[in-house]
Design a protein around this ligand. Structure first.
Ligand code: PRX
Length: 650
């Protein structure tokens, strides 16, 4: 038996989906009439300039099209509609700066800023279909920039502000961006971190001649190079522009954004999302999963550089007309009570964060009881959410008791960059919750668990997580690489099902899903997704490194940590020399990819464990990384003696 927690009846009474019968009725509608179901939702939830007549076009599977003869504009749906509905004076964003300063902006003001920037971008010749890369800190301006792109039909590609110049360069070049929008610097944890100078460095690497302009938001006033006419201050670009801007009406399939994420090869994948289907799902999940209400103060702590920031900061809350908090800082500064203090300060009612943050804050209260949530007034909270990685039952219970005070349902939302929005999650007013399980798919999401031949496996038996039918907010393709899209997500042996890349198991009695982790070479460190091959490529780019293999190691706080096994072109160092070189390599990876990709541990060996055909046996490296001894059959190993050498941490 699983321990279950029922949604409080007071919550259910007012919830969008108040009970399991309503959930099941929606699922049954989708089963019975898939196109009718999605068509009805798309008509009811979005404003269409030209109504669609086709719901789903499967003629060129897996390149599915949704609502594709309909026309709309995403920014119109997120902003103008709020003004038309009498929400113009409502607070759209409460910006909580790193230093605690607060700036609020209404929907009317947000609309005006977006229109001014959209006009400014148009004045610089940026038009529908152009790609614009954003390399920004958390700010109102980041949302304005994304919405302004959407308004003129430009496709944005946000690159997380923690990525290095090299990683940024690769993404700008792959996207063929005509402009980059950045800030002079960002403020995090009381420190100023560079942004504009990293853009300069990225562009200087060459191959980015496509970039005509760099638009710079002045955040700190720090000293940055300004190379006019290429570089333009954001305020200068907006100055004098009209606060009215006719939206570009685009087809529903028009690419709203590209967001790079990690896969099993060294090269990041540009996940391309469409406009109509994506916006529909963000709107619906705001209602169904977040149960958003007009008086809510919603706060998602993600960064706009990740998909969570796209769907549940820039687009979801605005299309829902919600008031949201956007936070610039870090959860542990000035102390680890910052989240709880901010909830108290802004009377946050819906709070959405990552298990890693929860685990690190649990640890922090053990050493500093002052930062325990019980010392703050969290009575405004009514719903808690978790995203990005599995939440272990202990962290779930702590979150439930200490933050939600046993009053707030927890939605453990499973989804991915590729899915555009929530896929498997409890509905807060309906689903009995089980710590550690993301429970059941949302209505219309045909998630299942299959074996390697695509056959359903019985409940209680683990397998591969798939989605059997296309859904509106799914990835459309990989930018510039349709073959990789097909091979990565629709492998032939699965017979047309979408392959999520995660393993999962369903409970025998309840059918509830539990995600068991990635089944490919993708790591999840602090909720950040990273490919082992990407880190290996970065390591072997170092002049001293001959070969490298990277594996994940379970970590109590970050979920997984990165462990790298390295073979050098020179003799294997020991003692202090090994420690010094490991430190150098960690910094090297930070420079190549970004600090989030730094291996926590590096071990040097004369070789790596390989089969006779030369294949690196990663599963043995995983065992060694955990500090366990190898008990598996090693008869296929060419060089079993190497295991002993690699077993020793530095
Ligand atoms: O492994 C799953 C894990 O995060 C991966 C997706 O990462 P990304 O594309 O960066 O998107 C993160 C934000 C949606 C998934 O393949 N993951 C995400 N949410 C959960 C999860 N694993 C378990 N439970 C979750 N709730």
């Amino acid at each position: 038996m699983q321990t279950t927690f029922l949604p409080p009846s007071s919550f259910s009474a007012a919830a969008a989906i108040p009970d399991m019968a309503s959930y099941e009725a929606l699922c049954a509608f989708a089963e019975r009439d898939y196109q009718g179901y999605w068509g009805k939702l798309a008509r009811e939830n979005l404003a269409w300039r030209v109504p669609f007549t086709r719901v789903l076009d499967e003629s060129n599977a897996p390149f599915f099209k949704w609502f594709d003869d309909g026309k709309l504009n995403v920014s119109y749906n997120c902003l103008d509609r709020n003004l038309e509905n009498g929400n113009g004076g409502k607070t759209a964003i409460i910006f909580e700066a790193d230093d605690g300063a607060v700036t609020s902006i209404t929907y009317k003001e947000l609309h005006a800023k977006v229109c001014k920037l959209a006009n400014g971008l148009r004045a610089r010749g940026i038009a529908k279909g152009d790609r614009v890369v954003l390399y920004m800190s958390m700010s109102i301006e980041a949302v304005v920039a994304m919405q302004a792109c959407a308004r003129i039909g430009a496709t944005h590609s946000v690159v997380f502000g923690g990525f290095s110049a090299r990683a940024l360069h690769e993404r700008i070049a792959d996207a063929g961006a005509v402009a980059v929008i950045t800030a002079d610097e960002q403020l995090r944890g009381g420190k100023r971190l560079p942004l504009k100078s990293i853009v300069d460095e990225a562009l200087a690497l060459g191959g980015c001649e496509c970039v005509r302009n760099v638009i710079v938001y002045r955040r700190t006033g720090g000293n940055v190079k300004h190379a006019a006419p290429r570089d333009i201050w954001l305020h200068d670009l907006m100055d004098g522009q009209s606060d009215v801007c006719e939206p570009e009406w685009v087809n529903a399939e028009h690419p709203l954004f590209i967001l790079y994420t990690s896969g099993s090869t060294g090269k990041p994948k540009g996940v391309q999302h469409a406009s109509g289907g994506y916006l529909l799902w963000t709107a619906l999940t705001m209602k169904w999963t977040f149960d958003i209400k007009p008086d809510d103060v919603y706060w998602c702590t993600a960064d706009i550089g990740w998909v969570t920031g796209h769907s549940y900061i820039t687009y979801g809350p605005t299309v829902a007309g919600a008031t949201q908090v956007i936070f610039e800082g870090v959860p542990t500064w000035p102390d680890a009570g910052r989240f709880w203090e901010t909830i108290e300060k802004h009377k946050v009612s819906i709070f959405y964060t990552a298990p890693t943050a929860i685990r690190s804050l649990i640890k922090a209260c053990e050493t500093d009881p002052k930062v325990h949530p019980k010392n703050y007034d969290l009575s405004s909270l009514r719903l808690l959410g978790s995203v990005g990685e599995p939440i272990n039952p202990e962290a779930w219970m702590w979150y439930y008791r200490n933050v939600g005070q046993e009053r707030c349902p927890i939605i453990d939302t499973f989804w991915q960059t590729e899915t555009g929005g929530h896929m498997i999650t409890p509905l807060p007013g309906a689903t009995p919750m089980v710590p550690g399980s993301c429970t059941l798919p949302l209505p219309g999401i045909m998630a299942a668990i299959v074996d390697e031949a695509g056959q359903d496996v019985p409940n209680g038996q683990g397998g591969i997580l798939v989605v059997k039918r296309p859904w509106p907010s799914m990835i459309r393709t990989i930018w510039n690489d349709a073959d990789r899209f097909r091979a990565s997500y629709f492998p032939e042996e699965l017979g047309g099902y979408y392959l999520a890349g995660d393993g999962a198991i369903r409970n025998k009695d309840t059918g509830y899903f539990t995600i068991t982790g990635r089944i490919d070479d993708v790591l999840n460190v602090s909720g950040h997704r990273m490919g082992t091959m990407e880190i290996e490529s970065a390591l072997v780019a170092h002049p001293l490194v001959a070969e490298a293999a990277v594996v994940g190691k379970p970590d109590a706080t970050t979920g997984e940590s990165i462990c790298a096994f390295v073979v050098l072109k020179q003799a294997r160092p020991e003692g202090d020399a090994a420690k010094a070189l490991a430190a150098e390599l960690r910094n090297w990876v930070a420079k190549e990819i970004g600090p989030i990709a730094k291996p926590k541990e590096i071990r040097f060996g004369d070789n790596l464990p390989k089969t006779r055909s030369g294949k690196i046996m990663r599963r043995l490296l995983r065992v060694l990384a955990k500090g366990e001894s190898v008990t598996q059959d090693v008869s296929t190993l060419e060089n079993p003696a190497i295991l002993e050498q690699l077993a020793k941490a530095l």
